[in-house]
Design a protein around this ligand. Structure first.
Ligand code: MG
Length: 514
């Protein structure tokens, strides 16, 4: 992509302007035909949200049945679009960027739904459901052996899937592309080989300086849940989340989902102590939500009214959580409110809060990792996934390779498989290729940090508590486009360079070493 700006970004043509993004008659027709599929997908999202937030335990199997039937309807409805898509293929030249985006996204789905036989999809769903149940028990008992047959089965399915989808160079590419279009093993190898050695140096320096603690008294403070619910509500207000388009609920695993750009949901969890785990969950998921809330409304109900990719989505949550939320400015903005609601905080200064929010502690568990050690966890999983899928290692070797690599990366060794190879749900659900997108999200958040500071004093803006300039910046560079561009195109268009891990390292150095 060149640096050419799209038409609707010119002055006076922002949100609310009359300019239509789709003008080509064939595309307008295609978008019309797409609507039942859109409605189906969004209804499925409501059902999935309900599983996590409201559904009684016993509802699982009937809900699973309903969901699989709806998945069959997806396949039928998307097939309705193929003839119209074939017609358009002949006239690609006359299309604008948005219209090309529509064709690209639909072609992507067509490839997926026509290449994967329904039998394989069904088998994957079945093994995923069974495997997840077995995994949950196995993790509780730290019993890798009982989970291993399901993992082996899932690996066979994923390899078949990669073969059906087709790939160049590495079967991992086929699976990676389901989350991050166009991204290859080569890109990810390059990212980690630039990231990991530099992270090791930063981490070593932070450790030897000893300014950032590895534990904090605030971790042990217990809180009243009602009080923290209020804190999270007030945090959402401070972030400017629109009350009439946004909703917060409680679930075991925090997540964000969107039913339309005017109905975006997040969840938070409450564990009784260590309140930052809950509040940063809220800030993280709100970051995801802001993306969905700011996609151009003229894209709504079209195939490109979602995010550019999994990595881009994660870049938003990590930017708000770490770069905004864990900054000194955000501490000073929010600490009066925090002390009002959580009485035990009156004993603690803003400095205490800052270091509590920014502990650096090599840990065994990915979801508890701080921003400096987080990428080691994803690098490890990516490396294992790649070697499993190229059949260089076997599932039986996983626990020992896992433990050795953790020790090499972070100097900590799991005592049980529960704190090692069994900790994440992803593999039981067949989500091979997902982990590297977490790190890609971190890398993009570093690029946002690098670039946004050319246009505003970030610290001052945060301290001031008016986030509209930051949101407007993200809207301009990323949000408004939805999925118009591939992630590779969007990163170049927005930041004038391809994925650059050095920006994240620069951010770490400026925060932790200066
Ligand atoms: Mg996230």
């Amino acid at each position: 992509m060149s640096s050419q700006k799209t038409v609707h970004k010119k002055k006076g043509e922002g949100p609310g302007s009359k300019k239509e993004l789709f003008t080509n008659k064939a595309i307008l027709k295609l978008n019309e035909k797409y609507k039942p599929f859109w409605a189906l997908k969004k209804s499925e999202a409501v059902l999935e949200w309900d599983v996590e937030v409201n559904m009684p335990e016993k509802g699982a199997s009937s809900r699973g049945f309903a969901m699989s039937q709806l998945a069959l309807l997806d396949q039928i409805h998307i097939a309705d679009l193929y003839p119209a898509l074939d017609n358009i293929r002949k006239m690609q030249n006359g299309l604008n960027d948005y219209e090309k985006g529509v064709v690209r996204v639909l072609e992507f789905w067509r490839r997926y739904y026509t290449r994967i036989p329904p039998g394989l999809l069904e088998e994957e769903k079945k093994v995923a459901v069974e495997g997840t149940v077995v995994w949950r028990e196995a993790r509780k008992k730290s019993d890798y052996k009982s989970f291993r047959p399901y993992l082996e089965r899932m690996l066979e399915i994923k390899l078949k899937e990669a073969d059906k989808l087709g790939y160049k160079d590495h079967p991992y590419n086929a699976l990676l592309n389901l989350y991050e279009e166009e991204l290859t093993v080569q890109d990810i190898d390059q990212m980690f080989s630039r990231l990991i050695p530099k992270l090791k140096i930063v981490l070593q320096k932070v450790k030897s300086e000893g300014r950032f603690p590895s534990s904090h008294n605030l971790e042990k403070e217990t809180y009243d849940q009602q009080a923290l619910v209020k804190v999270n509500k007030r945090l959402a207000e401070i972030l400017g989340m629109p009350k009439d388009r946004f909703r917060m609920d409680i679930s075991t695993h925090p997540f964000m989902t969107s039913f339309s750009r005017d109905d975006v949901r997040i969840t938070t969890r409450y564990e009784g102590k260590d309140f930052a785990r809950s509040t940063f969950g809220t800030v993280h998921e709100s970051g995801h939500a802001i993306y969905e809330l700011q996609i151009d409304e003229k894209l709504e109900y079209s195939p490109i009214d979602g995010a550019a990719s999994t990595g881009f989505h994660e870049s938003q949550s990590r930017f708000w959580e770490n770069i905004v939320g864990r900054s000194r400015a955000f501490v000073s903005l929010t600490s009066p409110m925090l002390r009002e609601e959580l009485k035990f905080l009156t004993k603690y200064s803003d400095d205490d809060l800052y270091y509590y929010f920014n502990m650096v502690k090599p840990s065994l568990i990915r979801v508890e990792a701080d921003e400096l050690t987080y990428n080691f966890h994803t690098a490890l999983r990516y490396d294992l996934e790649k070697r499993l899928l190229s059949q260089k290692i076997e599932a039986s070797e996983l626990p020992s390779i896992w433990n050795d690599t953790m020790e090499e990366y972070l100097g900590v060794r799991p005592k049980t498989d529960a704190e090692g190879v069994l900790q994440d749900v992803h593999w039981s659900q067949g989500m091979f290729g997902y982990f590297p997108t977490y790190s890609l999200g971190n890398v993009i958040s570093g690029m946002i940090w690098h670039n946004i500071r050319k246009d505003m004093d970030l610290e001052k803006t945060i301290r001031h508590g008016d986030f509209s300039p930051i949101k407007a910046w993200l809207y301009e560079r990323i949000h408004n486009y939805g999925a118009t561009y591939t992630p590779k195109e969007l990163v170049t268009k927005s930041f004038g360079e391809s994925f650059n891990p050095d920006r994240l390292i620069e951010y770490f150095e400026s925060k932790y070493l200066s």
